[in-house]
Design a protein around this ligand. Structure first.
Ligand SMILES: *Cc1c(COP(=O)(O)O)cnc(C)c1O
Length: 359
């Protein structure tokens, strides 16, 4: 069988130089528009090696949705400001204040708790108020914002540092001239009405690229929160990849466990599969079926694209089954897949997938 040195499978190979290239291109674009980047590490579980690339590329703030990831980076020695992306839960305000210096917020009761906790710990915690602009995930309705700002600016221990919005997260609403100028106007009117300066007027996520690249005037928007485009080059965006970026910094390598010619349709009395579904298979006659050593526990099936001409037929927890078509796959062979954001996230999260860094 294989004569080359054996590497563990499944593994996700991470090409750090490709990520560094994406960082360089996006910081140049954003820099030319006067906009800073908050680099989002949640897709890679707050991986310190990748986060370090972001800092080396000149990005100052790292954002993550999970406190555990921020903690991991802090413990790895990171000194930069951390932004907590997911709204803080009431039970975690202590660690929010401990592990992040800025958080995104929309609930006054939580902000009051953050204020008490920051005061107790003798720190100033920065708050960015999220505004709802149509995507219908987190955010205060614009008409309710002023009342909340009025309360927030009087709280001790916290500083109102900005306003922000999340788009293209739940509703698929794209950042465009209309909603971005709405955010600018909201920021301007808060500054005017309350006589304050907002450090951040922040938009996200990676789908902001299309607007940012084409707009003549970013208005007051001075920060964008990017994860996917830094890591995977924006391949999942409407624009199908940002020109000049790498889309393949992450590849998944899986090993063949079995390769046999068998029927394409199950035979016997059919009930349900391992996940309670009644499976359906197209009759292709006899085919070469390969079993690969990865499963639903480790990946998002729909997010895998094989580099070889094979077709994924299905997967259970630990086995992925593919039609090998005309390829000559045999046990011990490695099969390489490109991943989308969901598949990268799952592989990076799975303790069963080893992480290999290429430089
Ligand atoms: C995840 C997230 C981002 C980054 O999203 P990408 O699609 O990875 O660029 C930005 N802002 C918030 C609030 C997020 O949760």
């Amino acid at each position: 069988m294989r004569l080359v040195p054996v590497m563990e499978t499944p593994r996700i190979e991470i090409d750090l130089s490709k990520i560094a290239h994406n960082v360089k291109k996006l910081t140049e674009l954003c820099g030319s528009k006067g906009v800073s980047i908050t680099a989002v590490t949640k897709g890679v579980c707050g991986d310190p090696k990748i986060a370090r690339l972001f800092l080396k590329g000149g990005i100052e703030i790292i954002g993550d949705s999970r406190i555990a990831n921020l903690k991991k980076m802090r413990e790895a020695g990171f000194q930069n400001p951390f932004l907590l992306l997911r709204l803080p839960a009431l039970n975690e305000v202590e660690s929010v204040v401990k592990y992040s210096s800025i958080s995104l917020n929309s609930e006054i009761d939580i902000i009051k708790e953050l204020s008490k906790t920051a005061l107790k710990n003798n720190v100033i915690h920065k708050i960015i108020l999220m505004v709802e602009l149509g995507d219908l995930r987190e955010g205060i309705m614009p008409s309710d914002l002023e009342v909340i700002v009025k309360e927030v600016i009087h709280l001790e221990g916290i500083k109102l540092s900005g306003v922000g919005t999340s788009l293209a997260c739940l509703g698929g609403v794209l950042p465009d001239e209309r909603n971005m100028s709405q955010l600018s106007n909201i920021a301007q009117s808060i500054e005017d009405k309350f006589g304050i300066t907002l450090e951040f007027v922040s938009s996200g996520n990676s789908s902001v690229y299309t607007w940012l690249e084409s707009t003549e005037d970013v208005g007051k928007i001075n920060n964008v929160r990017l994860g996917e485009s830094l890591l995977l080059g924006g391949k999942d965006l409407e624009c199908k990849g940002i020109p000049g970026l790498y889309y393949d910094a992450f590849t998944l390598v899986v090993e063949v466990l079995e390769s046999k010619v068998k029927p394409s349709v199950p035979y016997g009395k059919i009930s349900v599969d391992a996940f309670g579904n009644i499976p359906e298979f197209e009759n292709r006659g006899q085919i070469r079926r390969v079993i690969l050593g990865i499963g639903r526990q480790d990946i998002l099936l729909s997010g895998l694209t094989p580099r070889l001409d094979i077709e994924i037929l299905g997967a259970s927890s630990d086995h992925l089954i593919a039609d090998a078509k005309k390829t000559d796959l045999k046990p011990g062979d490695e099969v390489i897949f490109d991943v989308d954001y969901g598949a990268m996230l799952a592989a990076m999260t799975s303790p069963y997938v080893s992480k290999v860094y290429l430089d």
